[in-house]
Design a protein around this ligand. Structure first.
Ligand code: CP
Ligand code: NVA
Length: 311
């Protein structure tokens, strides 16, 4: 609880970890999931406290972090903007000082990435990004773990991203650079990815396509997300029009590899970014994907708090 700030490891964006660290974390996830599935108690974080700060809505992120820390023997405290001093203008730097003196790890879901960076800079304990306008690194850890579990290594594979160049898309792009796979991105005109905002090194791991069908051709994973992310609700009507041709449907899945899987971080809007036929169909693994948030984040919290652990 009293580690010097300079020694603290955070997970603020996907590229904060190396490929070797992800190899370790995915292996660790497999072991932790196996313990959980065989009802074996595993409490490496007993007496440890996770503080969760939510400035945006959530179902999966809250559930998976809260259940996850409890299953590791620890406990969670939930704070939101509405009924904490954060919503009344207390500087995030001050909140970080106080929260990190009373806890062992912090998870935050907020707006600008800059907020999580300021929080981490003033925290004595590890900070985890539970979604910002720019990134959603825990989601992509779960997505990639799901692919590995279902199909094997992701290196050299192709992911088709159809739709908005949002936080989830940016994180896929970073992950492609770290783990060496390719992302085929198709967005409507005016919604193209911004490599600088995505925090890319420019290693040539993505390709842009005007036609979403071209992006999906031969893909190992087809994935998408809502057309309007949290915080962008004012643009909803315009986006409904602009994204109408960027829907993942059976014809699009048919042009991907025959063994391609469909992923969606959820919540989904059937009839908008994906048809019910696809998300409820045989290639969709969205429920395993959602469940894997729990398992990867347990490995992540264990790693950030205790470092590498041998089982
Ligand atoms: N996928 C995801 O982060 O879901 P929630 O918004 O429900 O947390
Ligand atoms: N892109 C979506 C993801 C929700 C989990 C959003 O930011 O609202």
């Amino acid at each position: 609880m009293t580690a010097a700030k300079r020694d603290v490891k955070h997970f603020l964006q996907f590229k904060d970890f190396t490929r070797a660290e992800f190899d370790y974390l995915f292996e660790r996830t497999r072991w932790i999931k196996q313990q959980f599935k065989s009802y074996k108690q595993y409490w490496p974080l007993s007496d440890r406290t996770l503080v969760m700060i939510f400035e945006k809505a959530s179902t999966r992120t809250r559930l998976s972090f809260e259940a996850g820390i409890q299953q590791l023997g620890g406990s969670a405290i939930y704070l939101n903007t509405r009924d904490s001093q954060l919503g009344r203008g207390e500087p995030v730097e001050d909140a970080a000082q106080v929260i990190s003196r009373m806890s062992d790890v912090i998870m935050i879901r907020t707006f600008e990435q800059r907020i999580v960076e300021r929080l981490a800079a003033h925290s004595r304990v590890p900070v985890i990004n539970g979604l910002t306008n720019e990134y959603h690194p825990c989601q992509i850890m779960a997505d990639i773990y799901t692919y590995i579990e279902q199909r094997g290594p992701i290196q050299g594979k192709t992911v088709a991203w159809i739709g908005d160049s949002n936080n989830v898309c940016n994180t896929w792009l970073q992950a492609a650079e770290v783990l060496d796979f390719t992302v085929h991105v198709s967005t409507p005109p005016g919604y193209e990815i911004e490599p600088e905002r995505a925090g890319l090194h420019g290693t040539g791991h993505f390709k842009q396509f005007a036609d979403p069908m071209e992006a999906a051709k031969g893909a190992d994973i087809v994935t998408t997300d809502v057309w309007t992310s949290m915080g962008f609700e004012a643009e909803n009507e315009e986006r409904l029009r602009d994204f109408a041709d960027w829907q993942v449907d059976a014809e699009m899945m048919g042009i991907a590899r025959p063994d391609a899987i469909f992923l969606h971080c959820l919540p989904a809007h059937r009839g908008e970014e994906v048809t019910a036929e696809v998300i409820d169909g045989p290639q969709s693994v969205v429920w395993d994907e959602a469940e894997n948030r729990l398992h990867v984040q347990k490995a992540l919290m264990e790693y950030l708090v205790l470092g590498r652990v041998d089982s």
